[in-house]
Design a protein around this ligand. Structure first.
Ligand SMILES: [Zn+2]
Length: 181
């Protein structure tokens, strides 16, 4: 699996797919993931969609480049930008965040606190994902989670597989970098 191979695959996945309602937004999240992988970061991307269906933020993982920032997962980048750009929005009811990969514990808690109503992700992260473990949240997190939804996005299987593969591309290399810190 190479970057070129993955770029080729994504270029041949259709955004319009009447059988999968999240395909178009899922593809955008994957384009962000590809951009992150190109510069050496974890290949993860996210977008934020307003209650009227507009894409208002796009973001990608920035954990290692241009500088090491342990907090800058794609979901955090998107939420940071949203809160900066839309300071007058005081409720995230009706907003949807779509992420190429299942959010980790840090991001799940941030997304719970933000109140974003729906979080959709394309690929499960068996090793680091938190959505499969929501029952282990502290009580305050469980209460917040009652008003929100974390679900698998409805996308084609080839797009879902791409979302996982682009994450795996730099994973081992970055894991070693993290361990050596
Ligand atoms: Zn995260």
């Amino acid at each position: 699996m190479t970057l070129q191979n993955l770029e080729h695959r994504l270029a041949h996945i259709f955004a319009q797919d009447t059988h999968h309602k999240d395909q178009e937004f899922g593809l955008m999240a994957c384009e962000e993931a590809l951009a992150a992988a190109r510069i050496g970061n974890y290949g993860v991307g996210a977008i934020l969609v307003s209650p009227t269906g507009q894409v208002i933020e796009r973001g990608q993982n920035q954990a290692f480049y241009p500088i090491f920032r342990s907090d800058l997962h794609a979901e955090m980048v998107v939420m940071n930008s949203f809160e900066q750009n839309f300071p007058k929005v005081d409720s995230m009811r009706g907003y949807t965040l779509i992420c190429s990969l299942e959010p980790c514990p840090m991001c799940v808690f941030r997304l719970l606190i933000s109140g974003v109503q729906t979080v959709k992700f394309l690929a499960r992260d068996e090793l680091g994902g938190m959505v499969a473990h929501m029952r282990h949240l502290p009580t305050a997190g469980k209460h917040l989670a009652e008003r929100q939804e974390f679900v698998l996005a409805d996308v084609s299987e080839e797009l879902r597989q791409f979302a996982l593969d682009i994450f795996l591309l730099n994973l081992e290399h970055l894991r070693q970098k993290l361990w050596s810190r």
